[in-house]
Design a protein around this ligand. Sequence first.
Ligand code: 5GP
Ligand code: ZN
Length: 115
Amino acid sequence: MAEDCIFCKIANHQIPSDFVYEDDLVVAFRDLSPVAPTHILIVPKEHKLNLSEYGKEDEQLLGHILTTTAHIARELGLEESGYRVITNTGPDAGQSVMHTHFHLLGGRKLNFDKQ
Ligand code: 5GP
Ligand code: ZN
């Protein structure tokens, strides 16, 4: 748990959030400012800055995050229509919360900025 980290506080239930999933390793809750009809944040409970801090020893956790994301997408009825999973890493990606998180977006056609 990092001091003054909003996602650590959410993961510890110190700040109320609209949770859709929780287990020993991750929490998932609705984004405060959704950019799609379904916009979920999947957040590992362990505090790390972003993907750049993960190594070989984290492969099991990273796999768990992705299979959990697929599970949540299925539960929320996104499997057939499709969805996107994003993790913004660092300034050029526009990361604004400094605790690793994966966005699950769905419920509308998503455009894609490849620039
Ligand atoms: P980033 O820009 O770092 O990839 O994404 C951060 C996301 O966290 C944004 O989509 C923002 O709306 C969301 N967010 C920031 N603070 C809070 C919060 O306190 N609660 C929830 N549910 N979402 C938040
Ligand atoms: Zn944190």
